[in-house]
Design a protein around this ligand. Structure first.
Ligand SMILES: Cc1ncc(COP(=O)(O)O)c(C=O)c1O
Length: 387
């Protein structure tokens, strides 16, 4: 028998990457402060800078005074408050759906839903770039699945049309967290229209909702589509909303069924009520003229960044920008230089992305100034030219 201590040591050695954590002491969407430095922040998902918004923090504090800190129970017990109730109905009506179900996080949502949605007669199709939470949820459901990419979407659509005796669940994201925006949503909506009874279309727009589109409805609005044209719309509050939690919207029957069956929300202490109250305030701002102005600032930062990196115009119209370097040493050297010059960006390698496409991941937000983007790109270009 291998002793537990030896087993863990061996497993640890076999890990492909070791990820460092640096505790931050304070900060906002533009700067993060650690023990030693103040860094320009290109690593957070606080796309509108709302995580430090004073009105949202005040709503959080007020609700804490009313309800206390924790929700004190699962949603079927003491954990469901008026704040949760109002937040879910406000999100549903904002996005044009009948119902919305809240979760403690997007991950918990994605890990929980597939086991309830699919059976041996369902074919599940997911874009290969979908988030780890979907992959884990699908594996947990023990269903058959196939992956697709933008390059073979037409083949997948043809296969689905030929297998009309089966139910198909198609899953994609509005903005892929390592690859930028989805380009083929329109094709999936056409397919849904031609096979309404056996295709269930699910989109996770964690990185788009709140941040993209004139009204903040997300990637679909940016592409000129309506959010409620999909069957299930997933989002998180931990990104543009600046708070915490996950949500799924759909029609009355499907959401009622998920509410009654998804174990990862039935058997877990609910989101704190103060987070629900803060998220309601966040939604109010996202819908207001202030929200429109923040999205305009984000959009102009995306355009400005694209003009610095892709001279021929906008390349990826999302807050997540990626610079791919096939040379790993170059990537490491640029990342180190940026860190030494107080700039934090993501360094993404295999197994998160393919081996030959390591990249810098740059998260833009509404609080960045042109001078921040110039400083970032000057540092990158300078190293890129030397190496
Ligand atoms: C597409 C997508 N879905 C879900 C999640 C998980 O959401 P949460 O952070 O709320 O757990 C992420 C996290 O980055 C994501 O990128």
């Amino acid at each position: 028998m291998v002793k537990w201590s030896d087993y863990i040591a061996k497993q640890y050695e076999s890990l492909l990457v070791l990820r460092e954590r640096i505790p931050r002491l304070s900060g906002d969407a533009r700067y993060l402060t650690t023990k030693t430095k103040k860094h320009l922040n290109f690593i957070s998902n606080d796309y509108l800078g709302l995580s430090t918004n004073a009105d949202i923090v005040e709503s959080f504090n007020k609700a804490t005074n009313v309800y206390g800190l924790g929700s004190t129970g699962a949603p079927t017990l003491s954990g469901y408050t008026e704040e949760h109730h109002l937040l879910s109905s406000e999100i549903a009506s904002w996005l044009g759906f009948n119902r919305c179900l809240l979760f403690n996080s997007g991950f918990q949502l994605n890990v929980g839903i597939y086991s309830q949605l699919v059976d041996s007669n369902t074919m599940l199709w997911l874009d290969r770039n979908c988030h780890a939470s979907h992959i884990d949820g699908i594996l947990l459901s023990k269903t058959k699945f196939s992956s697709f990419t933008e390059d073979n979407i037409d083949t997948m659509i043809d296969k689905i049309k030929l297998q009309s005796e089966k139910r198909h669940l198609i899953l994609t994201e509005g903005v892929f967290s390592m690859d930028g925006t989805c380009s083929y949503l329109n094709k999936l909506l056409q397919l849904k229209k031609s096979c309404p009874d056996n295709v269930l279309l699910v989109i996770d727009d964690a990185h788009g909702v709140g941040a993209l589109g004139d009204n903040g409805f997300g990637t679909m609005e940016q592409l000129g589509l309506k959010t409620n044209e999909v069957d299930l719309f997933i989002g998180t509050f931990g990104k543009a909303f600046g708070t915490h939690g996950g949500f799924i919207c759909g029609n009355e029957n499907i959401i009622e069924y998920l509410q009654q069956s998804v174990r990862s929300q039935i058997y877990s202490t609910n989101l704190p009520p103060s987070i629900a109250a803060a998220t309601r305030k966040s939604l109010e701002i996202i819908k207001s003229n202030d929200g429109i102005a923040l999205r305009q600032r984000l959009r102009s930062n995306i355009s400005y960044f694209s003009s610095l990196t892709h001279k021929n115009g906008i390349y990826n119209q999302s807050p997540i920008q990626l610079l791919i370097f096939s040379d790993l040493n170059k990537l490491d050297a640029i990342h180190t230089r940026l860190f030494e010059n107080n700039v934090l960006v993501g360094k993404i390698k295999y197994p998160t992305v393919p081996k030959d496409k390591p990249r810098l991941r740059i998260s833009l937000n509404a609080l960045h100034l042109n001078q921040d983007l110039n400083f970032l790109m000057d540092n990158i270009n300078c190293m890129d030219n030397i190496l």
